[in-house]
Design a protein around this ligand. Structure first.
Ligand code: NAG
Ligand code: NAG
Ligand code: NAG
Ligand code: NAG
Ligand code: NAG
Ligand code: NAG
Ligand code: NAG
Ligand code: NAG
Length: 406
């Protein structure tokens, strides 16, 4: 396995926490088409669930609850995934409570279609799917690769990591599932996939072409961008100048700079993407569990030691900014009025419940954590990314549902 792509710790100012760079995705506006699931059912459903209305028509897949289901979850085994990354391999790095692998997302009004790796590979035959964004999108990429790779014999699949572009290929299908590192979607001084820990983040708010040329031929594009924008101060640079000192700098407030960046992205989609060919998705922000007080624990607690989801319906942590979700929704609504449909995968609420799903100290980041770090989970836990198998598998089941039924 290639030595990859770990990121330095990203400090979220004002929280005083070390946690790895997180990323986020988005909110789902549902354009519903009249599609019925042909009676597909998972094993292990409870009795009362077999009477559930099995139509996806009008069903909000993002509204639901987590149910413990060790018959149908997980969909793959951590150690059997040839392309797992150490960042997410919690079991390998010592996590002993494995309950987090056995929760299934149950929408209130329908069932999720059953994930079928062969069907997905058939859909991707001769095609290219690309995740574009930050490390949470990479988390989801690893999940999707793990979900499909066991259906492909050895020798007929490979993974290649080259700078910002990670490629997974199913050779017989000529199908690619890629990830491209662009934490702001637009260009920035954090675009190096490894060395992006900078003192002052600077975004070139109108520039995206350097990134986009790596994926403008894709058939499916899945974007995310959230957590990197949350710095107290950030410089915004106008113009396309190559020189760091060229163009105009300004400090711009959070919501405005986010909106400007997303507008650049939206304009690019409108003019450069073949809308007949390419299906577009935006994943809403992923949730972070750094502050135990928010779910009734002590002030010094975070996601470490958590073994159960939060069951309070509608629970929402303070690190998920609804105003930023709204900016995404508005950008995507405007884009739709211009004839470009982007599906929002509204994973925030369902991820919000999963305080138990993060790696905390059970992961590797460049080098293993030291004894002192392991002994200090309040300071060295990763409560942003997700263990695999785990929550991003559900994000991919939702993506799958949209690819087939919406
Ligand atoms: C996404 O889900 C949140 C929480 O359930 C909700 O407030 C928001 O309106 C949803 N957004 C869309 C676009 O569906
Ligand atoms: C199933 O869902 C559809 C669409 O929401 C609704 O019209 C129908 O009444 C529901 N059927 C049952 C049996 O709940
Ligand atoms: C699955 O969960 C049930 C209920 O918690 C438990 O009784 C059973 O032993 C578990 N089975 C496996 C294979 O873990
Ligand atoms: C999965 O999809 C393949 C290809 O469409 C199909 O042949 C197979 O029957 C499906 N498997 C299940 C369990 O539905
Ligand atoms: C393989 O897939 C790519 C898209 O990812 C396509 O451009 C190419 O034509 C395909 N090659 C063959 C031999 O089908
Ligand atoms: C890696 O990416 C660079 C830049 O896109 C490209 O020029 C080079 O051919 C790639 N190398 C491999 C081995 O694919
Ligand atoms: C857009 O994609 C469709 C379907 O693949 C194709 O038929 C059409 O020629 C493409 N249009 C352009 C302008 O490339
Ligand atoms: C974690 O849980 C163990 C066992 O319940 C307990 O001994 C330990 O103090 C807890 N650690 C933290 C940091 O909460």
């Amino acid at each position: 396995m290639a030595k990859t792509d770990q990121e330095p710790v990203l400090g979220l100012r004002g929280i005083g926490w070390c946690f790895q760079s997180l990323t986020a995705l988005f909110i789902g506006s549902l354009i519903i088409s009249a599609v019925y699931l042909a009676g597909e059912r998972r094993p292990g459903l409870l009795e009362d669930e077999t009477t559930r209305n099995n139509s996806l028509l009008g069903c909000n897949l993002f509204s639901g609850k987590w149910v413990f289901d060790n018959k149908s979850c997980p969909l793959y085994k951590e150690r059997q995934c040839s392309f797992m990354l150490d960042d997410f391999a919690c079991e390998k790095f010592g996590r002993r409570d494995l309950k987090y692998q056995h929760w299934r997302w149950q929408p209130h009004d329908c069932d999720l279609p059953r994930f079928n790796a062969t069907a997905l590979l058939e859909k991707l035959r001769g095609k290219r799917l690309v995740f574009v964004g930050d490390s949470l999108n990479r988390n989801q990429w690893v999940s999707l690769v793990c979900l499909v790779e066991s259906s492909i014999p050895p020798g007929l699949k490979f993974r290649h990591l080259n700078g910002s572009l990670y490629t997974f290929k199913a050779i017989e299908y000529n199908a690619s599932i890629d990830f491209y590192w662009a934490p702001f979607l637009v260009e920035s001084n954090c675009d190096d996939p490894i060395h992006h820990h900078v003192q002052y983040r600077t975004v070139k708010i109108q520039a995206i072409e350097k990134h986009a040329r790596h994926w403008n031929d894709a058939d499916f594009l899945i974007f995310d961008s959230y957590i990197w924008w949350l710095e107290d101060t950030m410089k915004v640079l106008w113009g396309l100048s190559e020189e760091p000192s060229g163009g105009l700098f300004k400090e711009v407030e959070l919501l405005s700079r986010y909106e400007m960046g997303l507008n650049t992205w939206a304009d690019w989609l409108e003019t450069h993407v073949n809308h007949t060919k390419t299906k577009l998705f935006f994943v809403s922000m992923s949730s972070t569990h750094l502050r135990g007080e928010e779910w009734g624990m002590g002030a010094n607690q975070n996601c470490y030691n958590e073994t159960e989801p939060i069951f309070e319906e509608g629970y929402w942590g303070t690190l998920s900014n609804p105003k930023m979700m709204q900016v995404v929704e508005e950008t995507i609504d405007r884009l739709e009025m211009r004839g470009v449909k982007v599906h929002i995968l509204n994973i925030t609420q369902l991820s919000e419940y999963r305080k138990d799903g993060h790696p905390s100290i059970y992961r590797r980041q460049w080098v293993a954590l030291t004894e002192e770090q392991l002994a200090d989970p309040p300071s060295f836990s990763d409560c942003g990314h997700w263990c695999l198998p785990g929550v991003p598998d559900t994000w991919n089941e939702l993506l799958y549902a949209y690819m087939f039924y919406y």
